[in-house]
Design a protein around this ligand. Structure first.
Ligand code: MN
Length: 312
């Protein structure tokens, strides 16, 4: 049996965990963060940062996350995503694009493309726009309300019903995201025309070639001056603004869903989420789930089990 070992940082391992959500195993081996088994590959991520891919499909699977270079080169590897960015990109007029909700069991995926002109950068800084991971929802809502009228943006929301239909038809989350980003960028380019951004920066969720492969059947593909980088929120405030606006939209939809459920739903995909979903099943029936959740997440089976144990 072949295997590949990658060395990854914790936030990347968390991204992987979300990606393999539908394949997570219930039991984690000692010292591991998660273990998952796809039809072709077993994946085990350890607290040390080592991620082990085993089985026939391990090369392909590991390939999605980078090459297995020795850990000593991981510093240079970390920057490869940003290596071809224009050097002064942080001070250009840029469309930034980011998404929210991909790892949340309850709620939609929201994608926002936002246009920040270079002369707006100081004002946005003043208003507190920065990496949304450093901000709580309360602060995000406050900033979003202030910037939504000064930053042109386009928001797309992929609701749960539609998400589940697409997912069940075989579409990957990566492809959904690519389609949404491309569309949001298109809408925004129209909105700001005849003005044109000097660069378009997408917070990287897939390698460039995979992103464009996902778009191959789209009637319009925006490629001009499109750049990808991980942690793009820190590279240009347009991505940070997009992320804040996407989070704001997500939170608003989440509140609507909570209202429809009749109780407070839980964000993320952890054990509390399983409990909320079990309660939802008990109150609205299993058939209500598709309007609230991303059905293919492992949470669905866990919630059904919990429901049977607790409410039947
Ligand atoms: Mn992102």
């Amino acid at each position: 049996m072949s295997n590949v070992v990658l060395k990854k940082k914790l936030d990347e391992i968390n991204q992987m965990k979300v990606y393999y959500n539908a394949y997570l195993l219930e039991k984690n081996p000692p010292g591991s963060i998660f273990a998952a088994k796809t039809p072709n590959c077993s994946i085990t991520a350890y607290q040390s940062g080592k991620v082990l891919f085993q089985g026939g499909g391990c090369q392909t699977e590991a390939g999605k996350w980078g090459s297995s270079e020795p850990t000593s080169t991981s510093k240079t590897q970390k920057n490869t995503g940003a290596s071809h960015l224009p050097e002064n990109i942080g001070s250009l007029s840029v469309i930034g694009s980011d998404e929210v909700g991909t790892g949340d069991y309850f709620g939609p995926i929201t994608v926002v493309a936002a246009y920040v002109k270079k002369e707006q950068i100081p004002l946005l800084k003043e208003l507190g726009v920065r990496d949304s991971k450093d901000l709580n929802d309360e602060k995000i809502i406050q900033i979003a309300k202030q910037i939504k009228d000064i930053v042109p943006y386009s928001l797309l929301t992929l609701h749960n019903e539609k998400y589940n239909t697409l997912q069940q038809s075989g579409m990957s989350q990566g492809k959904m995201k690519a389609l949404l980003h491309n569309k949001a960028i298109g809408h925004l380019l129209k909105k700001i025309s005849p003005d044109q951004p000097e660069a378009i920066l997408i917070d990287e969720f897939a390698k460039e070639d995979i992103y464009f492969r996902h778009l191959s059947k789209e009637p319009v593909i925006h490629r001009k001056n499109v750049y990808f980088s991980t942690k793009a929120e820190g590279i240009h405030l347009a991505v940070a603004a997009a992320s804040i606006l996407a989070r704001y939209a997500f939170v608003q939809h989440f509140e609507k869903l909570s209202k429809a459920a009749g109780f407070h739903l839980t964000k993320g995909a952890g054990a509390k989420v399983d409990e909320a979903a079990a309660r939802l099943i008990s109150e609205k029936g299993k058939e209500a789930l598709p309007a609230f959740v991303k059905l293919h997440f492992a949470n669905t089976q866990k919630a059904i089990k919990l429901f049977e144990k607790k409410y039947k």
